[in-house]
Design a protein around this ligand. Structure first.
Ligand SMILES: O=P(O)(O)OC[C@H]1O[C@@H](O)[C@H](O)[C@@H](O)[C@@H]1O
Ligand SMILES: [Mg+2]
Length: 227
């Protein structure tokens, strides 16, 4: 639940699919693995993998096999590493111009408004991606998969970011493009902004079609209307 009448203190952003379109790179890497293993894998099914850890994503992908195979823990680890190698090759090309529309302007405005900002990512590659985007100094706090035990939809990564920022979760805005991510934001007691299709995010407080609609005024007006 959000805290009635209080001002917003912080914005906590997911990385992949919110700050830059690495959700697409994750999809392409999983698609390559699925094709090699002759497992049907659609963009629609890929929505279930967004925000989900590497190993859980692999399990979801393997569940789509027409003839299920019992992989050993070692084989699962190898498959996960294989996907990660493909993903890391894909993200080698990332440059600052790949920051999604509206994000640089929003970050500048949040600074002017005195907001604290953080990244809360389920990815072990978060620091690499943020480094390539030259955004290392753009956030007060960065929490990635290495720092948490429980992955989204568990609220841990968002709560950890709020703790490090020294802000109230109930006065924080979480921004996500994944269903599991919005669940994590709500479980953390934060105000959830989803980027994506309205139908997919009935559990969000505000749904925006793209990051170009993600502005200080849009979010703060929705916050005031809810509080
Ligand atoms: O494999 P990585 O880089 O540790 O990423 C883990 C997860 O990170 C999330 O941010 C992505 O939305 C997921 O698609 C991805 O599986
Ligand atoms: Mg995401």
């Amino acid at each position: 639940m959000t805290t009635t009448g209080l001002p917003i203190q912080a914005f906590i952003f997911d990385l992949d699919g919110v700050i830059t379109d690495t959700a697409e790179h994750h999809y392409l890497a999983w698609k390559a693995i699925a094709d090699e293993l002759h497992i049907p894998f659609t963009r629609q099914f890929n929505e279930n993998l967004k925000g989900v850890s590497r190993m859980d994503s692999l399990r979801l992908l393997l569940s789509q096999a027409e003839t299920p195979v019992d992989y050993t823990a070692e084989q699962l680890e190898e498959l996960a590493q294989w996907k990660n190698r493909i993903y890391q090759e894909l993200i080698e090309q990332i440059i600052p111009a790949d920051i999604l529309p509206g994000i640089p302007e929003l970050l500048a405005e949040l600074k002017r408004q005195g907001m604290r900002t953080a990244i809360a990512s389920a990815s072990k590659n978060a620091f690499t991606v943020i480094g390539r985007l030259k955004l290392m100094d753009a956030f007060d706090v960065i929490v990635d998969a290495a720092e948490i035990k429980n992955t989204k939809p568990d609220p841990e990564v968002f709560l950890k970011a709020a703790e490090l920022l020294q802000v109230e979760p109930g006065c924080s805005i979480g921004v996500e493009d994944a269903v599991a991510g919005v669940q994590a934001i709500k479980a953390a007691g934060m105000f959830a902004v989803a980027i994506g299709a309205k139908e997919a995010f009935s559990h969000a407080d505000l749904v925006l079609g793209s990051t170009s609609e993600l502005t200080w005024s849009t979010v703060s007006e929705a916050w005031s209307a809810r509080n």
